[in-house]
Design a protein. Structure first.
Length: 562
């Protein structure tokens, strides 16, 4: 990990995509880094928490992503360079702060890293496509396809942010974040912890009408200027384009990890079609795209999830090449991440080659790609042996009939409650919603209900929902699973453990104090090893006509001895 701090320009080291983003931020002289842990972006916070002091950077695990973005914005308003990292669902939480931030702009450079998770490898809410925020927030978005680009694009993002006084987003996916390859290092500047200075300027930092409409005009003007930069930038790359101006049979437009797959597919099928690789998703280099598609008979758009590029290119084609045949989501799914063999199959169909479904299996065999079904026996994920949650489940099972009680769930290790053999989760939505939805069900139906929420999730988004349930006279039984860490994403600290993201001691916020301050009359802190008391309390609290809370306090096995 310390290798990431090497100051040896020209040397190549093996880095994950996330680690390369860290290196890019360090080479840019970043001063302030904030995040809330969320896979596939977790490594960014995990690594910074270990190197921040040595690197001269301030780092924090914020309470949630909105707070992380606001903290980064405050640092930027004070003239510091900031990096804010989160996963795609985190951007939903942060969006309330993101929209006005794009209007306001920045003083110090600001980069927002968002990691999407096609196929939901580490997600349970939805297969969200962050690219939609480009249209909603008018924020420039860069899409790297490998770790070297992760580093280089991070540096470019800081430069663009400085030049245009706007936050820049880098959008990666799981296969980019967790891809490893050699990355060439550049000079690492000496970063010293420094104080910024906020200079009062309400015209700049306040979005009160009518100024807010002027800000929007200024934002759109910035986007137009960045579009001009995008048109000229070499990171929007045309590969293998024939020099002839004659009408060509076909070409390919792609971005992100899909670029790697289409280049493999061309090699597999022995093709050399021209490829336009778009590193700027927003603003798109419209002139460059139009020039690329002008002399094509047909074009194949390779992109994961929704066909945003496909829609844009169809619109461009109406003006420049109305007879252009556009292929994309008619050959590739909008659901799940793409695989190299999917892209090879689509490319074969695009050029009229026979490539039956059996060829996919021959492809897998040739490159020794094994499907999980062929290697491992299927079994659902399980809680770790000795996990304190087993004790909670044991107590609940001894008290209630699962058929007569509704069980609420949230985001964390306890998502596994949904799966066999536990099967004790009847709904799952997002951070903090286990309490919010519980309140709605209780008010609507009056049915018996027990809902679970993790300690980090409670700090993240559970507190407002708890206040709402108390004020509006609901009565779910809420069990807060306090295992003293943010376990699912890598055991990062949270406000309840008395340690900052940089390992410094701080005041530990007691969950029970917050619960009491929220107006909860019936609450208890219980170590679930005390089954007798836990069972008795569940029985008692289920009868209450007000909100009741059990704080189940027992450390995760992996942090018990730390």
């Amino acid at each position: 990990m310390r290798e990431i701090l090497l100051n040896r320009p020209g040397k190549k080291i093996i880095l994950l995509g996330n680690e390369a983003i860290i290196r890019g931020a360090l080479e840019s002289g970043v001063n302030f880094v904030s995040t809330y842990p969320g896979t596939p972006a977790s490594e960014i916070g995990n690594v910074f928490s270990k190197i921040a002091k040595a690197a001269g950077v301030y780092f924090e695990f914020s309470t949630n992503e909105k707070v992380a973005l606001e903290a980064g914005a405050g640092a930027s308003f004070s003239g510091l360079k900031s990096l804010v990292a989160m996963k795609h669902f985190g951007l939903n939480v942060a969006s309330d702060a993101l929209m006005p931030l794009c209007y306001i702009g920045v003083e110090g450079e600001m980069v927002i890293l968002v990691a999407d998770d096609p196929s939901c490898w580490s997600s349970a809410q939805s297969e969200e496509n962050t690219r939609a925020f480009a249209y909603l927030a008018h924020i420039p978005i860069l899409e790297p396809s490998n770790p070297q680009e992760c580093k280089d694009f991070t540096k470019l993002a800081f430069k663009l942010s400085k030049k245009f006084k706007i936050p820049i987003m880098i959008r990666v996916t799981t296969r980019v974040s967790h891809q490893k390859c050699p990355v060439k290092l550049d000079k690492l500047p000496k970063i010293k912890r420094k104080l910024g200075k906020f200079i009062k300027n309400p015209e700049k930092f306040s979005t009160m009408p009518p100024r807010v409409l002027e800000m929007k005009r200024e934002l759109l003007e910035k986007i137009e200027k960045i579009k001009e930069f995008s048109e000229k930038s070499e990171i929007n790359l045309i590969e293998q384009l024939a020099t002839s101006n004659k009408r060509q049979e076909g070409g390919i437009v792609t971005s992100g990890i899909s670029y790697q797959y289409i280049m493999e597919a061309q090699k597999e099928l022995n093709l050399k079609l021209p490829v336009l690789k778009l590193a700027f998703f927003h603003p798109l280099p419209e002139k460059k795209i139009k020039k690329f598609i002008k002399n094509l008979k047909k074009v194949l758009i390779i992109e994961e999830l929704e066909g945003y590029l496909e829609k844009e290119i169809k619109a461009f084609a109406k003006d420049i090449n109305p007879k252009l045949q556009v292929f994309g989501k008619n050959l590739l799914s909008e659901i799940g991440e793409l695989h190299p063999e999917d892209v090879t199959f689509a490319l074969a169909r695009f050029v009229g080659r026979k490539y039956a479904s059996g060829d996919i299996f021959r492809y897998r065999s040739k490159y020794k790609i094994s499907t999980p079904d062929s290697v491992f026996q299927k079994r659902p994920p399980q809680l770790c042996p000795g996990c304190p949650y087993w004790l909670v489940l044991s107590a609940v099972n001894k008290v209630v009939d699962p058929k007569k009680v509704i069980f609420g769930g949230g985001i964390g290790c306890y998502m596994i409650f949904r799966l066999p053999p536990i099967e004790m989760q009847d709904y799952l939505s997002c951070m903090g919603s286990s309490i919010g939805i519980a309140h709605g069900i209780k008010k609507a139906s009056g049915q018996k209900l027990i809902t679970f929420i993790g300690d980090s999730s409670f700090f993240h988004a559970g507190i407002p929902a708890l206040i709402n349930a108390v004020v509006n006279k609901s009565n779910p039984l809420i069990i807060i699973l306090d295992n003293r860490t943010t376990a699912m994403t890598g055991h990062q600290p949270h406000p309840g453990v008395g340690k900052t993201g940089m390992g410094e001691k701080t005041r530990a916020i007691k969950i029970e104090d917050i619960v009491q301050a929220c107006g909860v009359k019936y609450f208890k802190v219980i170590d679930p090893i005390n089954q007798k008391e836990f069972i008795k309390t569940i029985k008692d609290f289920l009868k209450k006509k007000e909100v009741s809370v059990i704080v189940s306090k027992r450390p995760c096995l992996f942090v018990k001895n730390k």
